[in-house]
Structure formats: C-alpha cells, structure tokens
Design a protein around this ligand. Sequence first.
Ligand SMILES: Nc1ncnc2c1ncn2[C@@H]1O[C@H](COP(=O)(O)OP(=O)(O)OP(=O)(O)O)[C@@H](O)[C@H]1O
Length: 621
Amino acid sequence: MPSAPPASPPESTTRVLLRLRRWARPALPRIALGGLTALGASLLALAVPQVLRVIVNGPLLSEGSQRGVILGAAVVLALGVLEAFLVWCRRALILTPGTTVERDMRTDLFRHLLDLPVEFHDRWSGGQLLSRIMSDLGTIRRWTVFGLVMLLVSATTVVVGIGLMLATSWVLGLVYLVGAVPMIWLGFRFREDYKVVARRARDQAGDLATTVEESVHGIRVLKAFGRGADALDDFARQADELRTTEVHKAKTQSRVSFALSAIPEAILAVSLGFGVVLTSRGELSVGALVAFFATAAVVNSPVERLGMLLAMTLDAKAATDRYLQVMDTGSAVRDPAEAVALPVADPAGSRVELSGVHFAHPRSASADGELRGGSDILAGIDLVLEPGETMALVGLTGSGKTTLLQLVPRLYDVTAGSVRIDGVDVRDLSRADLRAAVSIAFEDPILFSASVRENVLLGTDLSGQAADDLVAEALDVARAGFAYGLPDGLDTIIGEEGLSLSGGQRQRIALARAIAVRPRVLLLDDPLSALDVTTEAAVTGRLREMLTGTTTLVVAHRPSTVALADRVAVLEDGRITGVGRHADLLSTHPHYRYVLTALSALDDPGGADDAQADELAEVRP
Ligand SMILES: Nc1ncnc2c1ncn2[C@@H]1O[C@H](COP(=O)(O)OP(=O)(O)OP(=O)(O)O)[C@@H](O)[C@H]1O
C-alpha cells in the first residue's frame, strides 16, 4: 500500500500558516479579542514593577508614608485581579472559535476527499488521510487558539518589557539585549532542526495508522495464515521509529527550552551586578533597580515560553503542510465549465459508444511528486452498445475489463479517445447527471454500516412510499428476498462492509443498490460471482425481464453469464477483437474459445483435470 506521495517543496513557515486565514477568518474577531485581552493581562503584569518603583522611591524610601504604601499595595492587588480576569476572558473568548476552525477544515477536507478521483485514492493510504483529518487538525486548532495568540502576546510582552527596562536603565537594558543575541541564534538553529523532525514524526504516525488500518481490515487473513507475529513485528518496528523521532523532537525542544530558561537567568545575574554598582554610585535609584528586576522577571517567563511556542508553531506548520498537500491536489476528473444535458431518455435505452479509448494508470509519483503515465492497459477500444442491449465483456484476468467499466461513470478518465452516452461525451456531462444515468455494481461490494434499506437507497433521493416500492422492486430483481428475513427485516444494520452477510448476499444487496438508481446504463463487474449458477441464472433472467430500457455491460467470468447476454465483446491485448453472439464467436474467435475454456475450468475446478489442461494448451491461440 502506498504511504503518501512525496511532500511538495518546502515553503516558509509564515507563508504556510498564513494560508490558514481561509478557515480562520470567521473566528478571527474572537481570536483577535482573545489576543487583546491576553496582551492586556501581560501589560498589566508589566505595569506592576512600575507601581513598585513609585512605591519604593516615594512612600517607602522618601516620604515614609504608610498610607502611600497601603494605597500602592491596593493598586498592585487591583492590577493582579484585573490581570486574572483578562486571562479568564482570553480562555472564554478563544474556546469555541478554535473548534469551529477545526470543524470547518475537517469538513472541507472530507468534502475534497470525496471529490478527488479514484486515482488519488489509489496512491494514498487510509492511515495518512486519517492522521491528517484527525491529529493534524487537532494540532492546528491548538496552535490557532493558543500557540498563535500566546506567541504574539509573548513577543509583544518581551518587546514592551525590554523597552521599559531600557527606559528604566539603558545600561542594564543593553546588558539584557546583548544577552538576547545567543537566544535569537539558538532560536534559528532550533527552527531548522525541529521543522524537519516535526514533519517526519507526523508522516511516521500516518504510516503507523495505515498499518493498524490494514491489519484490522485484513485480520482474518493474518489469523488464517498465522502471520499475527509478523504484523506485530512490523508494527513494533514502526512504533519504535516513531518513538525515536519523538525522542529526537523532545530533545531538540528541551535543548532550546533549557537555553531560553538559563540564558535570561544568567543575564539577570550579570545585570544584578551592574545594577548594584550603579545604585551604590547613586547613578540608579533603588526604586528603578527594583522596577528593572521586577520587569525582567515578568519578561523572562514569556521568553522561557518561547521555546514551547516555537515548537507548537513548527508542529502546526508541519500539520498545515500535510493538510494542504491533500487540499492542493486538484481533481483531474472535474465537471466541465458548461455542462451539457443528456437528451431525454429513449424508452428503448441509451446508446453507449467507446471510440479510440486509451487508458493508462499513472505510474507512482516520482521524487518531484509528478505522476508519470504508465503503459496503456486499454489501447484503442472501439465498442458500441445498442440501446437496451445486454453485452457481456469477456477477457483474460488482468486484461482491463474492470478498468473499461470504470471509464463510463468517470471513476477514471480516458487518456485518449472518448466515451459517449446517447452521443454526449461523458466529460461534457456534470458528474451528478452522469452518475444518475450510470450505475455500477462491483464484484467485491462495499456496503455501509447502515440498514439494508439505506444501503439500497444510497444512489437515490427518494423517501416515503416511493422509496419503499423502489427498495421492494430492487430487492426482488436482485433476488435478495433474504433481507426480509433478517432480524430487523430491511431495518437490519448490516454492519461495517456488510460483514455479517455472506458474500453472495452482499453481492445481491449491492446489485439491488445499483438497480435502484434506475439507470440508463448499468455496469456489472461480475457482481454475481459468489452466487451458485442456478441463483445467478434466476437473477440474470429477472434483470433482463425488468431492465428492458437499460443498456447493460456485464463483465462475465462464467460461461453461464455470457450465454445470457445479447452479444459478447472480447477484450484482448487492450483492444476489442470480436463482438458478436456467443455461439458465433465460439465458432469463429479462437481467443474467445480459449478464454471460455479457461473460465469453465475456473468455474468447475473439479473438471480442470489433465485433459482440460491439454485442451487449454491446444486452444491457446
Ligand atoms: N490502480 C491501479 N494502478 C496501476 N495498475 C492497476 C491499477 N488497477 C489495476 N491495475 C492494472 O490494470 C490491469 C487491468 O486491471 P483490471 O482490474 O481492469 O483487469 P480485469 O480484466 O478486470 O481483471 P480480473 O478479471 O482479474 O478482474 C491489471 O494489470 C492491473 O494490475
């Protein structure tokens, strides 16, 4: 399973984080107000030393006024209470906007994932997407409401505080500033190291989630083959790699945090020495000295916090990068600028025409993230399905039958040529119109954790009696009457991927779902492979009876299915090499004979004896 395509070229932290404006805009007034209250609280904290200076220089040392000291203490108390109130306001103001931003970003990402073509999902693992939609967005939320606000407030507090320190004593202020130089240098170095390791940790967490997802999904295979220990080893190795990265990350952060705590304390000690000398020489008042150190104490705490806030910012940058990597992926399968409407449906059915169709899966992304085209799976398909006919598509395994089917509803787009329905190129239709006209049932059906009824109605917007009638008809055509006998009838929740149903039952519900759309064109990718031949014949017979106005293309792996089609198309080496009635092709088309013989052998393993093998070898064209 692919992990995730390589990250796009690095962009500056500011540029990346500024792109969050799009989602943060509605929340900005509250975030800004929260920031202002936090700034107010910090400025009040900075005001306390100035009050102290006045108390020490005035009422305490010069005037000896007890009343003045008490009044000063009352002012300090009032400032403290106001500061606490503003801190509470900040919390209250920014609590909800962060969750709103997170919800909006999450919804937009999910909407985008649903819009992205199948080709995107072929390349991306579930774990990488899951970690983006869950933990990355949590990181972004915390940064938006706390990291960003506190970073701005702390930086402003430091700048204002240093300004006050310089105003109190420019000599001591300069000493403090000189000491800040190594801190700034350390900050830059930290940024370079940390942003690499922050991104690595997130990607590794995504890979770990992929391993869990795949193992849980394939738990039966792992157990049946006794590979649980191997899966555990693999998981433990990945978990260990993630741990190593997290430890590296924590060490990088603790180094800078230590420096940002120790250096200001050291500067303070040096400043104290200078301050005492200046005061003893009478060049600095005692009140100013007290105010300087009280201000430095206030400034030191945001400086110490800067390491943590910088780490939060770089984590948020890595998370935003990963989020935008998906959001910036454009959809190659998109609606046309001006969609054409399909002509009114002919009761006889729709004409489907594939002309000069080529298709190649993009090869996996190269180091620059670009997708390169692989070799053609379909190499010039010309095929016409007449209105209302049922055509079987036959070919060797891996010949491209499923791929061909998926080009009609644009799950993939042709790389050359065109697919037309009633004369309209499917790329000229809106995807909503196209998917209302075309319906598909896959061999390996995915059912959702919902009731039988909801699963069958997935492709329609009907409700009430009309919906009930439709469900009844679809279940009848798909011979899925067993659904009425489930514990809660059609309201039975059929569980994740319909695991509680047998393979054949799941296929029939999926077939009913495809039929319920009442499509003009029905595509069946061997959707009855899990059924016994008799039930399959019953379902196919009913389908033909009911869907007279529906053009059907069915991938067939069984001679019994093939025989029920009006015509058969043979897919060979990426081209259609024969179209005709089953009996005619059998006598005129050697490759068709060969494929059918091979399919019969698969259908009846007991019959695939040596004689059959000889026969196969003989007929191989
Ligand atoms: N997402 C993909 N990326 C690259 N190659 C793919 C992808 N999906 C399918 N293929 C390749 O395309 C070829 C055609 O696959 P397809 O599933 O269309 O064959 P098929 O005729 O339906 O096979 P089968 O009868 O076994 O179901 C195969 O060689 C397959 O490996």
